[in-house]
Design a protein around this ligand. Structure first.
Ligand SMILES: [Fe+2]
Ligand SMILES: [Fe+2]
Length: 302
């Protein structure tokens, strides 16, 4: 059996911002708009994203996972722009998406992502859950389980929240999937563990989520949000579980984040369970943002 190749990218923060009416720039969006015009537009570059995606497509992955923050301040026009971009990444069958906090940035458009990107958020079967989450998509040997942590927050906050109903549904889903010979990959925008300095950007119910994961296990957790490479291990019922974070797919070099990169996971069933290798491809700090290279490889499950 040949290995299944899963690509993971996150946080494209697609620009440029479409023109906004004054009434759309009230409250939290006003701060986000100024922030974008002053700093973020120079960080999140379309040309960087385009080069990264071209390299990703050249690797011919079997499936692509995207863990949120497609838009910036959730203006209605940003969702259509992002839907058009999604089509360039792949078909809804080949691309699985979960939303990020920027996709639910404003109260008035907090449900827009569910409509605009519905095909990419659709599970194989309808599970009675919160707004369609969690979903389960079976692709090759994988069960991709997508959850939503995307909730509107107060200005200067970027926290995420699953809530008790979604966690209870996830508990049931993972219990059911544990009996099947599937490689379970949890897709989530926020990391399960945040550094103390990221308190205002943490997943609020991460302790409860980790309990669910520890009870039933998954083979891997993929997240975005911190715009940095991260590998954190959690104890599961059948060994350690890697939680892997990836930088923003559009980020040029910067002090507080890593330059754009994506991960390629080669997944194969072995006699001892799942064999998973991670290849990191992206722009190195030194290299010009013209060249995507292989930055490193890691064996996650021997
Ligand atoms: Fe982000
Ligand atoms: Fe985020």
């Amino acid at each position: 059996m040949t290995a299944f190749l899963l690509a993971h990218l996150s946080d494209p923060h697609l620009g440029p911002l479409p023109p906004a009416r004054a009434v759309e720039l009230l409250g939290k969006r006003a701060i986000g708009y100024i922030n974008w015009q002053r700093k973020r537009h120079a960080v999140h570059r379309r040309d960087v994203l385009t080069k990264l995606v071209a390299d990703l497509h050249a690797q011919h992955p079997d499936h692509i996972a995207i863990t949120g923050d497609l838009v910036n301040i959730a203006l209605p026009a940003e969702f259509a722009q992002a839907a058009a971009w999604l089509k360039t990444i792949g078909s809804p069958y080949d691309v699985s998406l979960v939303p990020g906090n920027h996709d639910a940035y404003a109260l008035s458009t907090r449900r827009h992502f569910a409509r605009a990107w519905s095909d990419y958020l659709q599970g194989d079967e309808l599970i009675a859950a919160v707004g369609g989450f969690p979903y389960v998509r079976r692709r090759g040997p994988l069960a991709l389980i997508g959850v939503s942590t995307a909730v509107p927050t107060a200005p200067f906050m970027a926290t995420g929240y699953l809530g008790p109903a979604q966690r209870a549904a996830l508990d049931k889903i993972l219990e059911r999937l544990a009996d099947e010979p599937l490689c379970r990959v949890l897709l989530i925008h926020h990391p399960l563990h945040s550094a103390p300095g990221r308190w205002a950007a943490r997943l609020r119910d991460s302790t409860e989520l980790i309990e669910v994961i520890k009870r039933h296990g998954v083979e891997m957790v993929l997240h975005g949000h911190d715009h940095r490479h991260a590998t954190v291990w959690f104890e599961g019922p059948r060994g350690r579980i890697p939680a892997i974070g990836v930088p923003s797919a559009s980020a040029s070099s910067g002090e507080h984040h890593h330059p754009a990169a994506y991960n390629l996971f080669s997944i194969e069933q072995s006699e001892r369970g799942w064999h998973i290798t991670q290849r990191v491809r992206g722009f190195s700090n030194e290299a010009s943002p013209d060249t995507v290279t292989e930055l490193r490889t890691a064996i996650l499950r021997p």
